[in-house]
Design a protein around this ligand. Structure first.
Ligand code: DGL
Length: 273
């Protein structure tokens, strides 16, 4: 009887712990928005490691070290599960994180499989960071799901920095993006995979550049769905009806982050981490 009560109390206390989310900067807020929609009762703690952005040009060892540091900060904030809201960190560090820390991790990687299933021209484009495109996880996924399909890989050099600077709608961003997307359009891709969580903020420009029959795919909704599945499976889900609190920490500039997430129950703070 007491044992049962103790388990019930533990479950109750754990379910109110926050979900931790990290990214190299503000891009992972595109994932946070999907998680918020799917799991509105959950508290969340988000870390934007903007001072170290971009991760995509760093070595695997550096990305692992930064991912370790971010996870430790989230765990010190009592997080019950960690969402790695960064393709570059997932593709380089998720195995290390899962082997090192004792909480469930949800990762994100470019959505090659849905694109491969959907394409009719048998040509798909992937826009991602160098760190993602050169990772063995990306390479293996591509090999597994895209057999017989031409995958045009393009490094989105400079795009993360533009989003970090709040320049997602400016002409200089459009010019750079055009130089990456027009060769794919000319090669007749019919699916474009956004392989970086900063890129959903560029969708209005992407739609302006590409013809409407190119389908744009990102993994945000799938990550939110998977987060729910794991919370349920591990008995970690907050089943109350309250609205969860969302706390954002950045070690960069507050204003860009604040503009992307402002709303009720949201607070954005500077943290030196
Ligand atoms: N949002 C990160 C991603 O999904 C950006 C990586 C970077 O900082 O270069 O890959």
């Amino acid at each position: 009887m007491y044992g049962f009560l103790l388990v019930a109390i533990c479950l109750f206390l754990t379910m109110h712990k926050p979900i931790g989310i990290f990214d190299s900067g503000v891009g992972g807020t595109s994932i946070w928005k999907e998680i918020r929609k799917k799991l509105p009762s959950e508290d969340t703690v988000y870390l934007a490691d903007s001072i170290n952005a971009p991760y995509g040009v760093k070595s695997e060892a550096e990305i692992i070290e930064l991912s370790r540091k971010n996870t430790e900060v989230l765990l010190s904030n009592n997080c019950k599960l960690v969402v790695v809201a960064c393709n570059t960190a997932t593709t380089n560090a998720i195995d290390y994180l899962r082997n090192t820390f004792n909480v469930p991790f949800i990762g994100i990687e470019p959505a090659i499989k849905p694109a491969a299933l959907r394409t009719k021209t048998k040509k798909i484009g992937v826009l991602a960071t160098k760190g993602t495109l050169t990772s063995s996880l990306f390479h293996n996924t591509s090999k597994l799901y895209a057999e017989g399909i031409t995958v045009m890989e393009q490094e989105g050099k400079g795009l993360v920095e533009l989003v970090e600077a709040g320049k997602e709608n400016l002409e200089e961003t459009e010019i750079l993006l055009r130089s990456y997307l027009e060769p794919m359009q000319n090669a007749q891709i019919d699916c474009l995979v956004l392989g970086c969580t900063h890129y959903p903020y560029l969708i209005p420009l992407v739609q302006k550049i590409l013809s409407p029959n190119v389908h744009i795919i990102d993994s945000g909704k799938a990550v939110a769905h998977q987060t729910k599945v794991v919370l349920e499976k591990e008995n970690l889900m907050d089943i109350s009806n309250r609205k969860g609190k969302a706390l954002f920490y950045t070690n960069g500039k507050i204003d860009v982050l604040h503009n992307l997430v402002k709303g009720s129950h949201v607070s954005v703070k500077y943290l030196d981490f």
